[in-house]
Design a protein around this ligand. Structure first.
Ligand SMILES: Cc1ncc(COP(=O)(O)O)c(C=O)c1O
Length: 459
C-alpha cells in the first residue's frame, strides 16, 4: 500500500548540514514528538523524495539510519513503519479509573443493542444509497430529509396520535440534541426558568444549567408530574412513562398541564422516549395530539433501534420551527442524510414496526421473569412502574440508603442506579431503578439472587 507523504513535513537544513542529516533529524523529531506514531506507515522513498525535491538515495539513506537507531522498522519491498519509541508520558488530568464491566448490567437507560436488525439495516442502507442521486451527498435540508419527515408524520400519527405535518418536524441527533436546540430557542426568546420532573434524567438537569437557565424541580407521584405550583417558561415531561419512576401522567394531570400552558403561555416539552414498549396498561396518547400548539414532542430511535444511530426528531408548533431550524443550522447544519433515508425506508416498509414488535415481546418476557424473581427473593419490597418501558422501580424501606446499596452492588459486579441519583430535592423515598433492557432472560434469576443478597444486608 502506498501512502501519501506527511504534507506538513519540511526540511530545515542548518548551515553545513547534509540533506540526509537534515531529513534524518526532521523525521526523528517528528517521531519523538509523537506526530508520527508507532505503527504509522511512511511513504516509499520515491514518494517522499518527490515531495521534498531530494534524490531517492537521500531518503533511502535517512530511512536506513533511522532504522539502525531503532526509530523505524523496514521490511524488504515495503515502506518503513514507525517503531515503538519511548516518549515522555503526556501528563493527563487525574481521572477516575474506568469501572470494570459489570457481570450484570441493570442500567435503566440502555436497550439491548444485540436485538438491532443489523442485516436488514445494512441491506436497506445499501439500497437507499444506490438509488439516491449524487446530490444526496451534498449539504442537505437543515430540518431533515423530507422523505423521513413525511414517514415520521405518518408513523407518529398512527402509533402515538401525534398531529403533525412534515414541515413541523426537525430531524435531530437524538433527544439530547432536541433538548439542546429547544433550550437555545427558549433562551433567545427570553426564557429564564425551565422545569423538569423530580426525579428525572440527570443530563437534562445539566443541559438546563449549562445554558444558565434556572432549573426548577417539579415533584412526581403515582399520577405523574404534579402540576400544582408549576412556575416556569417551559417544562420537560415524560407523560407516557415517567423517567425513572414509570408512572403515567393521569388524565386529570394532563388537563391541568394543558390548562397551565394555556394560562401562562409556558411550553410543554414531551419526551416520548420509550412509548413503544407498553405491556399491560391502556395506551396513553401523546400529549402533543391533544394540543399541537402547546406541546413539542421529542422522539428517538435510541430505545427502539440503537442509541448509536443518533436519530431523533422534534415535532414543534409551526411558530417554533424556523427558530429550531436556525439552531440546528448553527449547531451541526443537518443530520447525516443516508442514515435519515434508511430510517425513512425502515418506517415505510414496516421493518421498524416489525422490529419494535419483536423487541417488545423480548422485553416483556424479561420483565415478567424479573418480577417473578424479585417477588420470590424480596417479597416485602414493592415494585412500581412495571407496565411499560425497560426498567422498573424497587422501593426500599424508609431509612435505607439506595446509594449504599448500589455501591455495594457495584463491588459485587452489579451495575444498578439509585433513585436518588435522579433526584433534585432530597427525598425520603429510596428505591433502586432496575433496567432489564440488557439483562438476558437466562441471567435474570442469578442477577436477582446476587442483587437480593446485597439488599438484604441493608434491611
Ligand atoms: C428520559 C430519556 N429520554 C430520552 C432518552 C434518549 O436520549 P437520546 O435520544 O439522546 O439517546 C433517554 C435515554 O436514556 C432517556 O432516559
Amino acid at each position: 500500500m502506498e501512502v501519501d507523504e506527511p504534507s506538513w513535513l519540511t526540511l530545515n537544513r542548518r548551515a553545513g548540514e547534509t540533506l540526509r542529516a537534515a531529513l534524518e533529524q526532521t523525521l526523528r523529531d517528528a517521531i519523538r514528538s509523537g506526530a508520527l506514531r508507532e505503527g504509522v506507515r511512511l511513504p516509499s522513498s520515491r514518494v517522499l523524495a518527490q515531495s521534498l525535491s531530494v534524490s531517492r538515495g537521500v531518503v533511502r539513506d535517512a530511512y536506513g539510519q533511522l532504522e539502525g537507531q531503532g526509530f523505524l522498522v523496514t521490511r524488504p519491498r515495503a515502506a518503513p513503519v514507525v517503531a515503538a519509541v519511548p516518549r515522555p508520558p503526556t501528563p493527563r488530568p487525574e481521572s477516575e479509573p474506568a469501572a470494570p464491566v459489570p457481570r450484570y448490567d441493570l442500567i435503566p437507560t440502555t436497550p439491548d443493542v444485540t436485538l438491532f436488525p443489523l442485516n436488514r439495516w445494512l441491506a436497506t442502507a445499501q439500497q437507499v444509497a444506490r438509488r439516491a442521486s449524487v446530490t444526496t451527498l451534498d449539504y442537505g435540508d437543515n430540518r431533515g430529509e423530507r422523505t423521513l419527515r413525511a414517514a415520521l408524520a405518518d408513523h407518529l400519527g398512527r402509533t402515538r396520535g401525534v398531529i403533525a405535518e412534515p414541515d413541523q418536524i426537525i430531524v435531530v441527533q437524538g433527544t439530547a440534541q432536541a433538548v439542546d436546540l429547544l433550550l437555545r430557542v427558549l433562551l433567545r426568546r427570553g426564557a429564564s426558568r425551565v422545569a423538569v420532573e423530580d426525579p428525572s434524567h440527570t443530563t437534562n438537569h445539566q443541559r438546563v444549567r449549562e445554558f444558565g437557565l434556572d432549573l426548577v424541580g417539579q415533584p412526581v407521584d403515582a399520577h405523574g408530574m404534579v402540576v400544582a405550583g408549576l412556575d416556569a417558561d417551559a417544562v420537560l415531561v415524560t407523560p407516557a412513562h415517567q423517567f425513572p419512576t414509570g408512572s403515567v401522567l393521569s388524565g386529570e394531570r394532563r388537563r391541568q398541564l394543558l390548562a397551565w400552558s394555556r394560562a401562562s403561555g409556558g411550553l410543554i416539552v414531551e419526551d416520548d422516549y420509550d412509548a413503544e414498549f407498553r405491556y399491560d396498561r391502556a395506551p396513553a396518547r401523546a400529549l402533543q395530539g391533544l394540543a399541537p400548539r402547546q406541546v413539542v414532542q421529542l422522539g428517538t430511535v435510541s430505545k427502539t433501534l440503537a442509541p448509536a444511530l443518533r436519530l431523533g426528531w422534534i415535532v414543534a408548533p409551526l411558530e417554533l420551527v424556523d427558530e429550531l431550524e436556525r439552531a440546528k443550522l448553527l449547531v451541526d447544519i443537518f443530520s447525516p442524510t443516508l442514515d435519515q433515508l434508511t430510517l425513512a425506508e425502515f418506517l415505510s416498509r414496516g421493518h421498524y414496526d416489525r422490529h419494535v414488535r419483536r423487541a417488545r415481546t423480548v422485553y416483556r418476557r424479561r420483565r415478567d421473569r424479573l418480577l417473578t424473581a424479585l417477588a420470590r427473593q424480596l417479597p416485602d419490597l414493592p415494585t412500581e412502574g412495571v407496565a411499560a418501558g425497560m426498567h422498573l422501580l424497587l422501593a426500599l424501606p424508609p431509612g435505607v440508603s439506595d446509594t449504599a446499596i448500589t455501591e455495594e452492588a457495584q463491588r459485587a459486579g452489579i451495575a444498578v442506579t439509585p433513585l436518588s441519583a435522579f433526584q433534585l430535592a432530597p427525598s425520603a423515598a429510596a428505591a433502586l431503578v432496575i433496567g432489564y433492557g440488557r439483562l438476558h432472560e437466562s441471567a435474570i434469576e442469578s442477577a436477582t439472587d446476587a442483587l437480593a443478597k446485597v439488599i438484604r444486608t441493608h434491611l
